[in-house]
Design a protein. Structure first.
Length: 184
């Protein structure tokens, strides 16, 4: 059972209020006044306007101690950290005809084989990039950079027009053929 602190309740309340205020314009003015008076929130224009959303970099946010931070740490120190880039790259190198690093005998298998071979590598790149941005852990940046460099080598070996962890003949299953999958 989750235990909510007053801070958690206050943040949850503010998030809920923000969602409803954006959806129901009649309450927006009262909300702006409440946020400005009670929480001291100001927009870049100097008022508490909620008319726009502003994008920001993930590296500007850090989780505080609590359940979400514990889950993030489990991922950072557990599965996401333990995945090996060379095993994720295995199907790409195999398809490109490039040699595998010493000791790499296969990829992770399972659903990452067959028609969507290499799919897991893309998910890992996304996870590694987000983990680096969210935590500053440079090991994830380094692994992602290593994978991107290896994927470039695979793409060049395949003629530079496309990148895949499975042969272009797999596209023949699609009546439109491989031409749509390749970059023009």
């Amino acid at each position: 059972m989750l235990k909510f602190t007053n801070r958690t309740r206050r943040v949850s309340h503010v998030v809920i209020v923000l969602i409803f205020s954006l959806a129901i314009g009649a309450w927006a003015e009262d909300l702006r006044e409440n946020l400005s008076t009670n929480l001291g929130w100001k927009s870049q224009r100097g008022d508490a306007s909620l008319a726009t959303a502003e994008a920001f970099d993930l590296n500007r946010v850090r989780l505080l101690d609590g359940p979400f931070k514990r889950i993030q740490e489990l991922h950072r120190t557990g599965l996401v950290r333990q995945l090996e880039p060379d095993k994720l790259l295995f199907p790409f190198r195999r398809n490109a005809g490039l040699p595998q690093p010493a000791g790499v005998k296969g990829g992770y298998g399972g659903w990452d084989e067959g028609f969507i071979s290499g799919h897991y590598g893309g998910h890992y790149l996304s996870a590694a990039a987000r983990m680096y941005a969210a935590t500053g852990d440079t090991s994830f940046r380094d692994k992602a950079n290593y994978m991107v460099k290896a994927l470039i080598e695979c793409q060049e070996k395949l003629g530079g027009r496309y990148l895949s962890a499975f042969p272009a003949t797999q596209f023949d299953r699609d009546p439109s053929g491989p031409a749509l999958a390749r970059c023009a």
